[in-house]
Design a protein around this ligand. Sequence first.
Ligand SMILES: Cc1ncc(C[n+]2csc(CCOP(=O)(O)OP(=O)(O)O)c2C)c(N)n1
Length: 352
Amino acid sequence: MPDADARAEVQPSPRARKATAPSVEHELQLYYWMKLIRAFEDRVARLSRQNKIFGGVYSGAGQEAICTGICAPLQPGDFVAPLHRDLGVFLMRGCDPGRLMAQLMAKETGLSRGKDSGLHGGDLEHGIFGSTSMLGSSLPVAVGAALKFKMKKDPNIAVAFFGEGAASRGDVHEAMNFAGVHKLPVLFVCENNRFAYSTPLEKQMAIENVADRARAYGFPGHVVSGNDLLAVVALTERLVDRMRRGGGPELIECKTYRYRGHSEHDPALYRDKNELIEWESRDPIPQYEFFLEKKGHDLKRIREEVDERAKQVVQAAVEFAEQSPMPDAAEVFEDIYAPSPSASNVSTNGRR
Ligand SMILES: Cc1ncc(C[n+]2csc(CCOP(=O)(O)OP(=O)(O)O)c2C)c(N)n1
């Protein structure tokens, strides 16, 4: 549990803060995104209890400022490799909410056409990599995408999300080392929510910050409060700008907390109730609402409008997914391997 000093330590520098100054429109858009992600996650948790979701549900509730703040400064063509708790990254990068919901319900209209766990569907049209279950395995893939961008002199960047648990895996270190050696445009984002399933932070690592490891690979590491949207946006904007200009990799460690269990089937009895309460009191959404109110917005009106808009988007996604068919068993062997060039016209039913 961070003490008061640790909290102060993760506040952004005045320079980083000054760099943001989002326009009013952008300010409200950021709010909408956080609320949409929370509403989507909450609905998925409810659907899971109604047995409508296939496979595990790994809520990112409480971590919305990270998906929002990291993705807001990204551009079309950037590549993202989300972790299993990052439905928000899919929404932020333009994945259709209906297809995302259909993926979780294993429907034919889902990202992997109902053939895979909800977590593994990627959306390459929007530059979103569909991860495998192996923790940390998506980081070398993001680094590969960054290598491509560098070789083609493309201004795009890759973003690799991972938890502090995954940070203990070899793939993560190999990916960072390669990125450092070749000065690749890849942003490593550690969502440090203090638990990897039931393993607390103290049993995961012997140092204070995951970010401290970046220096060993030859690039900067930064610590930020993952519950402070403005801080995450300001830092990300600055680093992404530097990366697009050839500055090489960066690592951001976002200090945050996982509100729910590891997944919906985990009551998380290993956690201290007071710790959860303390972190809930730092919830990113009311924190950002406080900012909006201080800026002179009519918060009550804005909240009602945004909640209504988010509710409608989520409801439409649920209806689309519920009305979608289950996959056709006859197609079970399709999409397993990429078609060979000579066979590319065969047996794909016109689908990618
Ligand atoms: C190599 C590997 N080990 C264990 C698991 C089982 N597992 C899945 S998620 C998870 C916890 C991951 O924690 P973290 O990386 O901190 O991310 P978080 O779930 O906290 O967001 C574990 C142990 C796995 N998928 N892969």
